[in-house]
Design a protein around this ligand. Structure first.
Ligand code: SF4
Length: 64
């Protein structure tokens, strides 16, 4: 099974960097004021890697 990208929402501070980088994978949940994954196994891996590196609280991870 392909790995999928997950966000630890407990840690997310809602900066929206990941949403700006990969809008097809991450979305901003206005109610929770946190990001969420809308396409866990899709999108560009390069883009996701960049989001992982950019997240200020390092709460985006790959999960097998
Ligand atoms: S980059 Fe990290 S802290 Fe910022 S919205 Fe995305 S998951 Fe949350």
């Amino acid at each position: 099974m392909a790995r999928q990208v997950v966000i630890d929402t407990e840690e997310c501070i809602g900066c929206e960097s990941c949403v700006e980088l990969c809008a097809d994978v991450f979305s901003f949940n206005e109610d929770e004021e946190k990001a969420e994954v809308i396409l866990p196994r899709g999108g560009s891996e390069d883009c996701i890697e960049e989001a992982i590196e950019t997240c200020p609280v390092e709460c985006i991870h790959w999960e097998d």
